[in-house]
Write a protein that binds this ligand. Structure first.
Ligand code: AMP
Length: 307
């Protein structure tokens, strides 16, 4: 089944404790579509880019089964720009700059051919634009998932809360879950998110895995203990892309499918962090995804013996 994705397509400036890059392709939708295209095609993209976003990347996405009919290019404006600096633990970062540019007046036009897409992933961007996408889908999709970040909590909390009410699944990282709910305990935070509207909540914990909340159940997914993390940028988006790509491939939302989806999401995220920006996703193969997916079970499998 197909998947509709909206999100930023950007240039990023990234500084980690080991390296620095002043300009590299990024943005939530770039990571999401690259990750999701391993699982499902077409991935119906809705996004906006400026004159500076490389056509080769757009052509590459097209070749990978990403439908670019809903991609708008503004020839008189620059693409969204984000600069971030990671702390020594690589799990936390500061946003150094956010320049909305083309995003400031983005009108997300949904092509007719996208109507009826059963799975929708509202990647990180302006909450009111995420809401417009929900409103512009003529039939209610089977599953609407949404990702967000602290930037939008700081500048657009009311419209963010309105949008959260309308989605089935929210993915959010640990720090942001605490900010959104005012709860330090992630278990309490997850439960509180479920009371805000979504049926499912996923809290991403960087190198410590992810938590899935549904009714009164919690599923704990590990993260692979990687020896080297080069650049965490896009890990959350790759996670969301892998997760929703798998769900759209399966076509059915069950708690069991969601558990697998989260392991696939973690798999994609674990590759993403191995190189700057989306570079590693560009060389990734399905075989590598399969092998690492299997490794997730091995790292926490053991034979139980009761004392
Ligand atoms: P992640 O590391 O998965 O949280 O995603 C990082 C990506 O999100 C970067 O490539 C940025 O271009 C993009 N990004 C940063 N800030 C925002 C924002 N406020 N809204 C949407 N996308 C953003």
């Amino acid at each position: 089944m197909s998947l509709l994705v909206i999100g930023t397509m950007a240039f990023d400036a990234i500084e980690t404790p080991f390296a620095k890059v002043d300009s590299i392709i990024g943005g939530a939708a770039t990571f999401i579509t690259l990750s999701a295209s391993f699982f499902v095609q077409p991935v119906n993209l809705v996004a906006v880019i400026g004159y500076d976003y490389p056509q080769e990347t757009v052509d590459d996405l097209d070749r990978r089964g990403v439908n670019i009919e809903g991609l708008q290019r503004k020839t008189d404006q620059k693409s969204f720009f984000w600069a971030g600096k990671y702390h020594n633990d690589l799990n936390t970062r500061d946003t150094v700059a956010t320049e909305l540019n083309v995003l400031a007046d983005f009108d997300p036009i949904i092509p007719n051919s996208y109507q009826g897409t059963p799975f929708v992933l509202l990647g990180n961007l302006t909450p009111s634009v995420q809401m417009q996408v929900i409103e512009r889908m003529k039939d209610r999709p089977q599953l609407i998932a949404m990702d967000t970040m602290n930037f939008w909590m700081d500048i657009a909390l009311d419209s963010l809360l309105e949008t959260i009410k309308k989605v089935d699944l929210l993915t959010i990282n640990d720090e942001e879950a605490r900010q959104l709910t005012g709860e330090f305990s992630l278990i309490k935070a997850g439960k509180k998110i479920l009371s805000m509207g979504p049926k499912y909540a996923v809290i991403k914990k960087g190198e410590h895995g992810a938590l899935l909340f549904y009714e009164d159940q919690v599923f704990v997914a590990p993260a692979l203990p990687l020896e080297e993390v080069f650049d965490p940028t896009g890990a959350g988006d790759s996670f969301a892309g892998g997760m929703m790509g798998y769900l759209a491939r399966q076509g059915e939302v069950t708690f069991d499918n969601l558990k697998n989806a989260i392991i696939y999401g973690s798999t994609l995220a674990s590759f993403c962090v191995e190189d700057f920006g989306p570079r590693r996703l560009l060389t990734l193969t399905k075989d590598e995804i399969r092998q690492r997916y299997l490794a997730f079970q091995q790292i926490s499998a053991y034979n139980q013996t009761l004392i």
